[in-house]
Design a protein around this ligand. Structure first.
Ligand code: CP
Length: 306
């Protein structure tokens, strides 16, 4: 039995197979409509979510399976003090697979240690968000045609943004990737990612505070929101929340085939006028999230269609 805690839990070859399966699901959804008949997915969300929870639920329904779960800690017995370990022991009696989001880093890992069903990390604090990374990899591969030879700019809250932390680790395994980190001083990418992931492997990166300076170099611009829920100080959040606003004027500086991605939800960091630009890929990214979660459920449940 396998769990998914980090995108690195899959080798590059396994990831390629997973993305191939997701692309086949996109092309031939009818082939998979009953692949999980009789199976149950539990969504255990201790923190708010729209996309991740609902795309997991849509994915399982598209596979013919059933879903149940909770969408906040307050609506579960966590509110009465039940531990994550005890909760997952219960859920293992009810479901075949589960997706867990938790505000504490490592909570899904704790669950996986005592679980008798596959546990998927659906986001743990400021740590990792591996299924967003799978979504991002499928989006990049589908829209750019490759996962190597790319310059990617990651912009916004790089300190607390778990989607960025997971994506950098995952893309660092492909050839000739250049990272450009665009952030204010207070929200810089953590030094452990620069030192342990990039410098340790000789992977090039630059840091910039101005989006305009680096825009012409980018194949992908990955925007992120400033994570209000991770700030200890409201005044700092208010000062930093509108530091970057991508608009049509800034888009004029970009390559014609650059794509703009965003894990969403968006707050102010991408002006709605950019939505009409054909390079805006963030809503297509959401659709890829359903295909890749379908592929992940099939892989972890070891469902093989003949
Ligand atoms: N991208 C993402 O994780 O969105 P949600 O918080 O809505 O699940």
């Amino acid at each position: 039995m396998r769990h998914l805690m980090s995108p690195l839990d899959f080798s590059v070859e396994e990831l390629d197979q997973l993305l191939d399966l997701a692309s086949d699901i996109e092309k031939h959804p009818e082939k998979y409509a009953h692949a999980c008949d009789g199976k149950k997915l539990a969504t255990l969300f201790y923190e708010p979510s729209t996309r991740t929870r609902l795309s997991f639920e849509a994915a399982m329904m598209n596979l013919g399976g059933n879903i149940f779960g909770f969408s906040s800690a307050e609506s579960s017995s966590a509110a009465k003090g039940e531990s994550v370990s005890d909760t997952i022991r219960m859920i293992s009696c009810y479901a075949d697979i589960c997706a867990m989001r938790h505000p504490k880093e490592g909570a899904p890992m704790v669950a996986s240690a005592v679980s008798s069903i596959p546990v998927i990390n659906a986001g743990d604090g400021g740590h990792q968000h591996p299924t967003q990374t799978l979504t991002d990899l499928l989006t990049i591969r589908s829209l750019k045609g490759r996962l190597d030879n790319l310059t990617i700019g990651l912009c916004g809250d790089l300190k607390f943004g778990r989607t960025v932390h997971s994506l950098v680790r995952a893309l660092a395994r492909y050839k000739n990737i250049t990272f450009i980190f665009i952030s204010p001083e207070e929200l810089k990418i953590p030094s452990y990612i620069k030192e342990d992931v990039l410098e340790a492997q000789g992977i090039p990166y630059q840091e910039s505070e101005r989006i305009e300076d680096v825009m012409p170099d980018l194949d992908i611009l990955y925007m992120t929101r400033v994570q209000q829920e991770r700030f200890f100080n409201e005044a700092d959040y208010i000062r930093l929340k509108d530091f970057y606003i991508l608009n049509n004027k800034k888009m004029k500086l970009a390559k014609e085939d650059m794509i703009v991605m965003h894990p969403l939800p968006r707050v102010n960091e991408i002006s709605v006028e950019v939505d009409k630009d054909p390079r805006a890929a963030y809503f297509r990214q959401v659709q890829y999230g359903v295909y890749v979660r379908m592929a992940l459920i099939l892989t972890l449940l070891e469902v093989n269609l003949c």
